[in-house]
Every structure is written in structure tokens, then in C-alpha cells.
Write a new protein. Structure first.
Length: 114
């Protein structure tokens, strides 16, 4: 499983009828300028709706490859992606690192591929 697939799995993308699955948004990216620039066709209202899964995955990859995430460890990136104020980020990191596999201290730059 790739890093992006692991994030999608943790977001619930592979479970039928969940918001990420319905919205073709495997990373549960919020609706806004970034999402629009990467092919989103609307919002629900908080999270972006992409026309298909391929576009949703491409947007997620682009966001993880953006300067704000470059050089971050898996732990730092996922704390930014799924902040503890809204998520059980420690469990999120544990799951992603188990599924990839990777370590929380690994730099995500080489992991963000399909």
C-alpha cells in the first residue's frame, strides 16, 4: 500500500457511501482555492468534491508535495493533515506507518507516490 492509499484508507475512502468515497476525495481535502485549482467541482460544503477518484488522488498528491509539506516527517505531515484538535492523530500515524510500512520519523517526500 502506498502512503497516499494509506491516508485514503484512514480517511474512510475505501468504505462505500462515506463522504470521501462519495466526493471522490480520498484525502478529505477541504473545499477552497487549492481544491478548485486541482480539479474540484464543488464542495459539500466543507470538503471538496472531485469529478473522479483519479483527480482526487492527484490533488492529494499535489498537496502533500506542496512546499508546506516538503521535508516533513510522516508524524509532522500527518499532524498538519489531520490535526489532533479534530482527529486521533496518534492512531492515524500508527495506522499509516503500519500499512505503508514506514516510520513516523521518515520524510514524506519519497513516500508521496501512487
Amino acid at each position: 500500500m502506498t502512503f497516499l492509499q494509506a491516508v485514503a484508507r484512514q480517511e474512510g475512502f475505501y468504505i462505500p457511501h462515506t463522504r470521501p468515497a462519495r466526493n471522490h476525495n480520498p484525502g478529505d481535502i477541504e473545499w477552497g482555492q487549492f481544491a478548485k485549482a486541482h480539479g474540484a467541482i464543488g464542495g459539500d460544503p466543507r470538503f471538496a468534491i472531485f469529478p473522479d477518484d483519479v483527480t482526487g488522488f492527484a490533488a492529494m498528491r499535489a498537496l502533500f508535495q506542496a512546499p508546506a509539506y516538503q521535508g516533513l516527517s510522516v508524524e509532522a505531515a500527518l499532524n498538519k493533515w489531520a490535526p489532533p484538535i479534530e482527529n486521533a492523530t496518534n492512531i492515524y500515524i500508527e495506522h499509516v506507518c503500519e500499512w505503508v510500512p514506514c516510520q513516523p520519523t521518515d520524510i514524506i517526500d519519497s513516500l508521496v507516490v501512487m
